[in-house]
Design a protein around this ligand. Sequence first.
Ligand SMILES: NC(=O)c1ccc[n+]([C@@H]2O[C@H](COP(=O)([O-])OP(=O)(O)OC[C@H]3O[C@@H](n4cnc5c(N)ncnc54)[C@H](OP(=O)(O)O)[C@@H]3O)[C@@H](O)[C@H]2O)c1
Length: 313
Amino acid sequence: MSKKRMLVVGGSSLLGYKLLENASDFELFSTYDKNLIFSKNAELIKMNIVDQVDCQKILEIKPDIIVNVAAMTNVDYCEQFRNEAHNVNVMGTKNLAKIAQNLGCKFIHISTDAVFSGEKNHFVEEDKPNPINVYGKTKLESEKIASKVTNYLILRPSVLFGWIPSKYLQVRDNSVKKMNFALWVLKKLNEKQKLSIVDDQFSTPTLADNLSENIVKMTKKDMQGIFHASGLSCINRLDFSKKIAKKFGYSDNLITPCSSIELKQIAKRSLKSCLNCDKIVRNGMNLLEIDQAIEIMYTQIKKEEPELIDVTS
Ligand SMILES: NC(=O)c1ccc[n+]([C@@H]2O[C@H](COP(=O)([O-])OP(=O)(O)OC[C@H]3O[C@@H](n4cnc5c(N)ncnc54)[C@H](OP(=O)(O)O)[C@@H]3O)[C@@H](O)[C@H]2O)c1
Protein backbone atom coordinates (compact mmCIF):
# COMPACT_ATOMS: atom_id res chain seq x y z
CA MET A 1 0.00 0.00 0.00
CA SER A 2 1.36 3.42 -0.89
CA LYS A 3 2.16 5.83 1.91
CA LYS A 4 -0.28 8.63 2.73
CA ARG A 5 0.91 12.12 1.84
CA MET A 6 1.53 14.47 4.74
CA LEU A 7 2.25 18.16 4.18
CA VAL A 8 3.94 19.89 7.11
CA VAL A 9 3.31 23.63 6.79
CA GLY A 10 6.14 25.29 8.73
CA GLY A 11 8.77 22.57 8.56
CA SER A 12 11.34 25.21 9.44
CA SER A 13 10.00 25.43 13.01
CA LEU A 14 11.15 23.43 16.02
CA LEU A 15 8.05 21.24 15.88
CA GLY A 16 8.26 20.98 12.09
CA TYR A 17 11.86 19.77 12.32
CA LYS A 18 10.84 17.02 14.76
CA LEU A 19 7.88 16.00 12.59
CA LEU A 20 10.07 15.62 9.54
CA GLU A 21 12.33 13.37 11.63
CA ASN A 22 9.49 11.25 13.05
CA ALA A 23 6.85 10.93 10.36
CA SER A 24 8.71 8.58 8.02
CA ASP A 25 5.62 6.36 7.65
CA PHE A 26 4.22 9.13 5.45
CA GLU A 27 5.31 10.52 2.11
CA LEU A 28 6.49 13.87 3.43
CA PHE A 29 6.24 17.36 1.98
CA SER A 30 7.24 20.45 3.89
CA THR A 31 6.99 24.18 3.47
CA TYR A 32 9.38 26.84 4.69
CA ASP A 33 9.10 30.58 4.22
CA LYS A 34 12.07 32.75 5.26
CA ASN A 35 14.17 30.02 6.81
CA LEU A 36 15.42 27.72 4.04
CA ILE A 37 15.79 24.20 5.41
CA PHE A 38 17.32 20.99 4.18
CA SER A 39 15.63 17.67 4.77
CA LYS A 40 16.47 14.23 3.47
CA ASN A 41 12.98 13.09 4.39
CA ALA A 42 10.74 15.61 2.68
CA GLU A 43 10.15 17.40 -0.59
CA LEU A 44 10.49 21.10 0.22
CA ILE A 45 8.29 23.93 -1.02
CA LYS A 46 8.69 27.65 -0.34
CA MET A 47 5.35 29.07 0.73
CA ASN A 48 4.00 32.14 2.49
CA ILE A 49 0.67 31.08 3.99
CA VAL A 50 -0.65 34.64 3.84
CA ASP A 51 -0.38 34.58 0.05
CA GLN A 52 -3.43 32.82 -1.39
CA VAL A 53 -1.74 32.25 -4.74
CA ASP A 54 1.29 30.68 -3.04
CA CYS A 55 -1.03 28.36 -1.12
CA GLN A 56 -2.39 26.98 -4.42
CA LYS A 57 0.86 24.97 -4.61
CA ILE A 58 -0.82 22.59 -2.16
CA LEU A 59 -3.29 21.57 -4.87
CA GLU A 60 -0.41 20.07 -6.87
CA ILE A 61 0.83 18.08 -3.86
CA LYS A 62 -2.65 16.64 -3.13
CA PRO A 63 -1.87 15.76 0.49
CA ASP A 64 -4.03 13.41 2.56
CA ILE A 65 -3.05 15.33 5.70
CA ILE A 66 -2.06 18.96 6.21
CA VAL A 67 -0.33 19.75 9.52
CA ASN A 68 -0.30 23.48 10.18
CA VAL A 69 2.67 24.21 12.40
CA ALA A 70 3.36 27.67 10.93
CA ALA A 71 2.56 30.71 13.04
CA MET A 72 3.86 34.04 14.20
CA THR A 73 5.17 32.73 17.52
CA ASN A 74 7.01 35.71 19.01
CA VAL A 75 4.44 36.85 21.57
CA ASP A 76 5.93 40.34 22.02
CA TYR A 77 6.26 40.88 18.27
CA CYS A 78 2.58 39.91 17.84
CA GLU A 79 1.62 42.52 20.44
CA GLN A 80 3.48 45.25 18.53
CA PHE A 81 2.47 44.21 15.02
CA ARG A 82 -1.07 42.99 15.49
CA ASN A 83 -2.07 43.24 11.83
CA GLU A 84 0.86 41.04 10.80
CA ALA A 85 -0.01 38.59 13.59
CA HIS A 86 -3.62 38.49 12.38
CA ASN A 87 -2.53 37.98 8.78
CA VAL A 88 -0.28 35.02 9.55
CA ASN A 89 -2.13 33.32 12.39
CA VAL A 90 -5.70 33.93 11.27
CA MET A 91 -5.73 34.60 7.52
CA GLY A 92 -2.92 32.10 6.91
CA THR A 93 -4.89 29.41 8.73
CA LYS A 94 -7.99 30.39 6.74
CA ASN A 95 -6.13 29.90 3.45
CA LEU A 96 -4.92 26.46 4.50
CA ALA A 97 -8.24 25.34 6.02
CA LYS A 98 -10.08 26.28 2.85
CA ILE A 99 -7.74 24.18 0.74
CA ALA A 100 -7.92 21.27 3.21
CA GLN A 101 -11.72 21.33 3.03
CA ASN A 102 -11.73 21.52 -0.78
CA LEU A 103 -9.29 18.61 -1.05
CA GLY A 104 -11.21 16.62 1.60
CA CYS A 105 -8.04 16.07 3.60
CA LYS A 106 -7.34 15.94 7.33
CA PHE A 107 -6.37 19.29 8.86
CA ILE A 108 -4.17 19.18 11.94
CA HIS A 109 -3.75 22.58 13.54
CA ILE A 110 -1.29 23.39 16.31
CA SER A 111 -2.69 25.85 18.83
CA THR A 112 -1.49 26.86 22.30
CA ASP A 113 -2.21 27.20 26.02
CA ALA A 114 -2.15 30.97 25.38
CA VAL A 115 -5.84 30.80 24.43
CA PHE A 116 -6.50 30.74 28.19
CA SER A 117 -6.41 33.67 30.60
CA GLY A 118 -4.02 32.02 33.04
CA GLU A 119 -6.16 32.47 36.10
CA LYS A 120 -6.48 28.80 36.91
CA ASN A 121 -4.19 25.80 36.65
CA HIS A 122 -4.95 22.62 34.75
CA PHE A 123 -7.29 23.91 32.10
CA VAL A 124 -9.42 21.23 30.43
CA GLU A 125 -10.58 21.30 26.82
CA GLU A 126 -14.09 22.38 27.89
CA ASP A 127 -12.84 25.50 29.72
CA LYS A 128 -13.78 28.75 28.06
CA PRO A 129 -10.78 30.37 26.34
CA ASN A 130 -10.10 33.98 27.27
CA PRO A 131 -6.75 35.08 25.81
CA ILE A 132 -5.00 38.07 27.35
CA ASN A 133 -2.61 38.99 24.52
CA VAL A 134 -2.71 39.41 20.73
CA TYR A 135 -0.89 36.11 20.09
CA GLY A 136 -3.48 34.18 22.15
CA LYS A 137 -6.36 36.02 20.50
CA THR A 138 -5.14 35.25 16.99
CA LYS A 139 -4.52 31.60 17.89
CA LEU A 140 -8.05 31.32 19.31
CA GLU A 141 -9.45 32.74 16.06
CA SER A 142 -7.34 30.24 14.15
CA GLU A 143 -8.84 27.39 16.21
CA LYS A 144 -12.34 28.53 15.24
CA ILE A 145 -11.38 28.43 11.57
CA ALA A 146 -9.61 25.05 11.84
CA SER A 147 -12.59 23.48 13.58
CA LYS A 148 -14.79 24.18 10.55
CA VAL A 149 -12.84 21.67 8.43
CA THR A 150 -14.77 18.38 8.37
CA ASN A 151 -11.81 16.24 9.51
CA TYR A 152 -9.94 18.47 11.95
CA LEU A 153 -7.60 17.85 14.85
CA ILE A 154 -6.53 20.75 17.07
CA LEU A 155 -3.67 20.21 19.51
CA ARG A 156 -2.73 22.64 22.28
CA PRO A 157 0.86 22.29 23.53
CA SER A 158 2.52 24.68 26.00
CA VAL A 159 6.10 26.08 25.95
CA LEU A 160 7.52 23.86 23.21
CA PHE A 161 11.15 22.92 23.73
CA GLY A 162 13.83 20.62 22.43
CA TRP A 163 17.13 20.40 20.62
CA ILE A 164 17.32 21.70 17.05
CA PRO A 165 20.43 21.97 14.85
CA SER A 166 22.07 25.41 14.92
CA LYS A 167 21.69 25.80 11.14
CA TYR A 168 17.90 25.98 11.70
CA LEU A 169 18.38 28.95 13.99
CA GLN A 170 20.55 31.09 11.72
CA VAL A 171 17.90 32.81 9.61
CA ARG A 172 15.26 33.50 12.23
CA ASP A 173 12.97 36.40 11.52
CA ASN A 174 11.95 38.60 14.51
CA SER A 175 8.35 37.48 14.19
CA VAL A 176 9.16 33.92 15.26
CA LYS A 177 11.06 32.69 18.30
CA LYS A 178 14.83 33.01 17.98
CA MET A 179 15.23 29.85 20.01
CA ASN A 180 13.06 27.78 22.33
CA PHE A 181 13.26 28.60 26.06
CA ALA A 182 15.13 25.48 27.23
CA LEU A 183 17.79 25.70 24.53
CA TRP A 184 18.17 29.44 25.20
CA VAL A 185 18.75 28.78 28.92
CA LEU A 186 21.26 26.07 28.08
CA LYS A 187 23.20 28.23 25.61
CA LYS A 188 23.34 31.15 28.09
CA LEU A 189 24.61 28.84 30.86
CA ASN A 190 27.18 27.47 28.44
CA GLU A 191 28.39 31.04 27.82
CA LYS A 192 28.51 31.54 31.64
CA GLN A 193 25.97 34.36 31.37
CA LYS A 194 23.73 35.36 34.28
CA LEU A 195 20.01 34.79 33.83
CA SER A 196 16.98 36.44 35.45
CA ILE A 197 14.09 34.00 35.20
CA VAL A 198 10.49 34.51 36.29
CA ASP A 199 9.23 32.39 39.14
CA ASP A 200 5.56 33.29 38.78
CA GLN A 201 4.75 31.92 35.29
CA PHE A 202 3.57 28.31 35.44
CA SER A 203 3.07 26.08 32.41
CA THR A 204 3.32 22.44 31.32
CA PRO A 205 6.38 22.47 28.98
CA THR A 206 6.12 20.19 25.97
CA LEU A 207 9.04 18.29 24.46
CA ALA A 208 8.63 18.85 20.71
CA ASP A 209 9.85 15.28 20.03
CA ASN A 210 7.01 13.87 22.15
CA LEU A 211 4.39 16.06 20.48
CA SER A 212 5.59 15.08 17.01
CA GLU A 213 5.39 11.37 17.92
CA ASN A 214 1.85 11.86 19.19
CA ILE A 215 0.88 13.74 16.02
CA VAL A 216 2.02 10.72 13.99
CA LYS A 217 0.10 8.28 16.23
CA MET A 218 -3.05 10.40 16.24
CA THR A 219 -2.93 10.73 12.46
CA LYS A 220 -2.68 6.98 12.04
CA LYS A 221 -5.69 6.53 14.34
CA ASP A 222 -7.49 9.34 12.48
CA MET A 223 -8.29 11.05 15.79
CA GLN A 224 -10.43 14.16 15.51
CA GLY A 225 -11.44 17.05 17.75
CA ILE A 226 -9.51 19.18 20.21
CA PHE A 227 -6.91 17.90 22.66
CA HIS A 228 -4.52 19.36 25.19
CA ALA A 229 -1.12 17.94 24.27
CA SER A 230 1.56 19.30 26.58
CA GLY A 231 3.89 17.74 29.13
CA LEU A 232 2.51 16.39 32.39
CA SER A 233 4.44 18.57 34.87
CA CYS A 234 3.14 21.98 35.92
CA ILE A 235 6.27 24.01 36.66
CA ASN A 236 7.41 27.62 36.76
CA ARG A 237 10.14 28.93 34.45
CA LEU A 238 12.68 29.31 37.26
CA ASP A 239 12.39 25.69 38.38
CA PHE A 240 12.41 24.53 34.75
CA SER A 241 15.68 26.45 34.18
CA LYS A 242 17.23 25.02 37.33
CA LYS A 243 16.38 21.49 36.22
CA ILE A 244 18.12 22.17 32.91
CA ALA A 245 21.17 23.59 34.68
CA LYS A 246 21.40 20.54 36.95
CA LYS A 247 21.00 17.98 34.16
CA PHE A 248 23.59 19.61 31.93
CA GLY A 249 26.15 20.06 34.70
CA TYR A 250 25.86 23.82 35.34
CA SER A 251 25.62 25.58 38.68
CA ASP A 252 22.27 27.25 39.21
CA ASN A 253 24.10 30.16 40.89
CA LEU A 254 23.94 31.88 37.49
CA ILE A 255 20.12 31.87 37.65
CA THR A 256 18.30 34.43 39.78
CA PRO A 257 14.54 34.64 40.28
CA CYS A 258 12.48 37.63 39.21
CA SER A 259 8.78 38.39 38.87
CA SER A 260 6.83 39.03 35.67
CA ILE A 261 6.32 42.65 36.81
CA GLU A 262 10.10 43.14 37.06
CA LEU A 263 10.72 41.56 33.64
CA LYS A 264 8.48 44.11 31.88
CA GLN A 265 7.63 41.93 28.86
CA ILE A 266 5.77 43.78 26.11
CA ALA A 267 2.81 41.39 25.96
CA LYS A 268 0.96 40.24 29.06
CA ARG A 269 1.71 36.63 29.94
CA SER A 270 -0.57 34.04 31.51
CA LEU A 271 0.70 33.33 35.00
CA LYS A 272 -0.99 29.96 35.30
CA SER A 273 -1.58 28.14 32.05
CA CYS A 274 -0.90 24.51 32.91
CA LEU A 275 -2.97 22.13 30.83
CA ASN A 276 -4.86 19.07 31.97
CA CYS A 277 -4.08 16.37 29.41
CA ASP A 278 -6.28 13.54 30.74
CA LYS A 279 -8.29 13.39 27.50
CA ILE A 280 -5.33 12.70 25.21
CA VAL A 281 -3.85 10.19 27.71
CA ARG A 282 -7.22 8.38 27.95
CA ASN A 283 -7.04 8.13 24.15
CA GLY A 284 -3.76 6.22 24.28
CA MET A 285 -1.11 8.93 23.85
CA ASN A 286 2.08 8.91 25.89
CA LEU A 287 3.00 12.21 27.58
CA LEU A 288 6.10 12.98 29.61
CA GLU A 289 6.96 14.30 33.04
CA ILE A 290 9.48 17.16 32.87
CA ASP A 291 12.45 15.04 34.05
CA GLN A 292 11.77 12.41 31.38
CA ALA A 293 11.57 15.12 28.72
CA ILE A 294 14.82 16.81 29.80
CA GLU A 295 16.51 13.39 29.85
CA ILE A 296 15.55 12.82 26.19
CA MET A 297 16.84 16.28 25.25
CA TYR A 298 20.07 15.55 27.14
CA THR A 299 20.63 12.26 25.29
CA GLN A 300 20.19 14.01 21.94
CA ILE A 301 22.52 16.87 22.82
CA LYS A 302 25.15 14.47 24.12
CA LYS A 303 25.16 12.91 20.66
CA GLU A 304 24.62 15.96 18.44
CA GLU A 305 26.10 19.00 20.26
CA PRO A 306 28.08 17.69 23.29
CA GLU A 307 29.88 21.01 23.73
CA LEU A 308 26.67 22.28 25.39
CA ILE A 309 27.23 19.94 28.34
CA ASP A 310 29.53 21.12 31.14
CA VAL A 311 31.85 18.25 31.84
CA THR A 312 34.05 20.27 34.21
CA SER A 313 31.64 20.27 37.15
N1 LIG B 1 6.99 27.80 20.87
C1 LIG B 1 6.14 27.57 21.85
O1 LIG B 1 6.49 27.66 23.05
C2 LIG B 1 4.73 27.16 21.53
C3 LIG B 1 3.85 26.85 22.57
C4 LIG B 1 2.55 26.45 22.26
C5 LIG B 1 2.14 26.38 20.95
N2 LIG B 1 3.00 26.69 19.95
C6 LIG B 1 2.54 26.57 18.55
O2 LIG B 1 3.26 25.51 17.97
C7 LIG B 1 3.53 25.79 16.59
C8 LIG B 1 5.02 25.62 16.31
O3 LIG B 1 5.76 26.48 17.16
P1 LIG B 1 7.35 26.52 17.08
O4 LIG B 1 7.83 27.22 18.31
O5 LIG B 1 7.84 25.15 16.76
O6 LIG B 1 7.52 27.49 15.82
P2 LIG B 1 8.81 28.36 15.41
O7 LIG B 1 10.03 27.55 15.65
O8 LIG B 1 8.73 29.70 16.06
O9 LIG B 1 8.62 28.56 13.84
C9 LIG B 1 7.52 29.25 13.27
C10 LIG B 1 7.24 28.67 11.91
O10 LIG B 1 6.19 29.40 11.27
C11 LIG B 1 6.62 29.67 9.93
N3 LIG B 1 5.98 30.89 9.43
C12 LIG B 1 5.86 32.08 10.06
N4 LIG B 1 5.22 32.96 9.26
C13 LIG B 1 4.93 32.29 8.11
C14 LIG B 1 4.28 32.65 6.90
N5 LIG B 1 3.79 33.87 6.69
N6 LIG B 1 4.16 31.71 5.93
C15 LIG B 1 4.67 30.47 6.12
N7 LIG B 1 5.29 30.06 7.23
C16 LIG B 1 5.42 30.97 8.22
C17 LIG B 1 8.12 29.84 10.02
O11 LIG B 1 8.71 29.68 8.73
P3 LIG B 1 10.09 30.42 8.32
O12 LIG B 1 10.95 30.44 9.57
O13 LIG B 1 10.65 29.55 7.24
O14 LIG B 1 9.73 31.79 7.84
C18 LIG B 1 8.44 28.68 10.96
O15 LIG B 1 8.47 27.46 10.27
C19 LIG B 1 2.98 27.18 16.32
O16 LIG B 1 1.71 27.06 15.74
C20 LIG B 1 2.84 27.80 17.71
O17 LIG B 1 1.80 28.75 17.75
C21 LIG B 1 4.29 27.07 20.21
